[in-house]
Design a protein around this ligand. Structure first.
Ligand SMILES: Cc1ncc(COP(=O)(O)O)c(C=O)c1O
Length: 431
């Protein structure tokens, strides 16, 4: 280990040589063959195309669910889920304050009103203990997000849901294969939604999956999925719209690619977990840095490896966000890819302006008739999490131990020289 050597941002050599981080997803010959097979077959689309149907069956088997719909995004799956959960215009749905935009905009898409709950600043999941105080006589559903791949405390979520007769839509867009008390996420609540976006542990390029055991929810979700039609299992179509529908189907190429990746999802998950556990085992002792938590009976699948920065533990009087930005810059100089893809959702312009579809809809809808204000300061856990975290990329295969050792070296160099790293960049930015 080269601790004691100079961080790259101070003129030392980067810990990670250029080109060493391999991109995700790993595309193998079998993946190419799967997609080319679709082109050879010549069936490129269709709600009941052979690849789509096979992916539905395989995903049902994988997670242990009765029904699955393959969609063109996780966002589409979430919108379908909100409709299928029986949410109506003017209803409220509880959402996590820190997540990807569509974890909450899926509610607006169905003319309902998101009511946000703070997140825990350690797990970054919705604060399960604060859900109940946001339940009103309008609340119809809760959307817990299994954040970065860590399952929420689902016993607590389900307990509130059962006592208030609420549906639970699990946003599993970052958590393929994660388990809570041995059960796959997406099958604990009423409906589960996954993303097949190219960055995800199960990639289809773009796409999504909705699962449910409930026949009625499946029928309603399928209407939203395909032009409002009733889905027939033999693939025939009546072309009659029974309800409001969009076009959320995906292509056969996406399904074929995702099926090929799914064949090795268990292997992928284990490689990611090995890499991330190696990082945690070796970074845990560094003062000022906290590694991701993985509470007992919750299997984390680390879509992103999130670390949190606590400069106060080092006696540094630097605001956490500034400290985080400086360490991020130093990590990037070492060749460690960092970043974040999240926001405090109620702090987005959309929620401040509440213009929605125009004329303030859905907030102005007479079926709602309540006033709701969104303020970032109402979500101190989310503010703290946003300011203190960064995501470390490159933890998915084929990246392995050799790269993780370089990552550890990068962190050690930076934290061994943390005063200089913080002040050197201050001087640079002042100059
Ligand atoms: C938590 C969460 N929910 C929903 C989505 C939306 O998925 P998609 O990009 O497939 O629409 C994402 C995508 O990153 C996500 O991370």
């Amino acid at each position: 280990m080269v601790s004691g050597s100079l961080p790259a941002i101070l003129g030392g050599l980067p810990a990670v040589p250029r080109g060493m981080v391999k991109p995700w997803p790993e595309i193998r010959e079998e993946d190419k063959k799967a997609v080319l097979g679709v082109l050879d077959r010549g069936i490129l689309w269709g709600g009941n195309g052979p690849e789509v149907k096979a992916l539905e069956e395989e995903w049902c088997r994988y997670v242990g669910s009765k029904h699955c719909l393959v969609t063109n995004s996780g966002t589409a799956a979430l919108h379908m889920a909100v409709a299928a959960a029986g949410v109506k215009p003017g209803d409220e749905v509880i959402a996590a304050s820190l997540s990807w935009t569509s974890s909450a905009t899926c509610i607006l898409h169905h003319n309902a009103i998101p009511v946000f709950v703070d997140v825990r600043s350690d797990t970054l999941c919705i604060n399960e203990d604060e859900i109940e105080e946001k339940v009103s006589d309008r609340t119809k559903a809760i959307i817990p997000v299994h954040y970065a791949g860590l399952p929420c405390d689902m016993d607590k979520v389900m307990d509130v849901a059962e006592r208030h007769d609420l549906k639970v839509i699990e946003d599993c867009c970052q958590a393929h294969g994660a388990t809570y008390k041995g059960k796959m996420v997406g099958t604990i609540g009423d409906i589960g939604c996954f993303s097949l976006n190219g960055s995800k542990n199960l990639s289809g390029g773009e796409g999504g999956l909705l699962v449910t055991d409930d026949d009625d929810s499946y029928r309603e979700a399928a209407r939203v999925w395909q032009f409002g039609e009733n889905r027939r299992e033999d693939g025939s179509r009546e072309y009659n719209a029974y309800g409001m529908g969009w076009m959320y189907r995906t292509t056969e190429m996406t399904a074929a690619f995702a099926r090929s990746q799914l064949r090795r999802l268990d292997w992928i998950t284990e490689r990611i977990r090995e890499n991330c556990h190696y990082l945690s085992d070796n970074l845990r002792g560094i003062k000022g840095l906290r590694v991701p938590v993985e509470p007992p009976e919750r299997k984390h699948v680390f879509w992103v490896y999130k670390v949190l920065f606590y400069p106060e533990e080092l006696g540094l009087k630097v605001p956490p966000k500034l400290f985080r930005d400086k360490v991020e810059a130093a990590l990037r100089a070492e060749g460690v890819e960092t970043g974040r893809a999240e926001f405090i959702i109620p702090d987005m312009t959309l929620f401040h302006q509440k213009e929605g579809y125009g004329r303030g809809c859905p907030w102005s809808c007479h079926l709602y008739g309540k006033k709701i204000e969104y303020r970032a300061e109402d979500y101190p856990g989310a503010m703290e999490a946003l300011a203190r975290n960064t995501g470390i990329a490159g933890t998915k295969p084929p990246n392995g131990r050799e790269l993780m050792e370089r990552y550890v070296e990068a962190f050690q160099k930076i934290f061994d020289n943390v005063d200089e790293v913080v002040s050197a960049q201050s001087m640079t930015s002042m100059g």
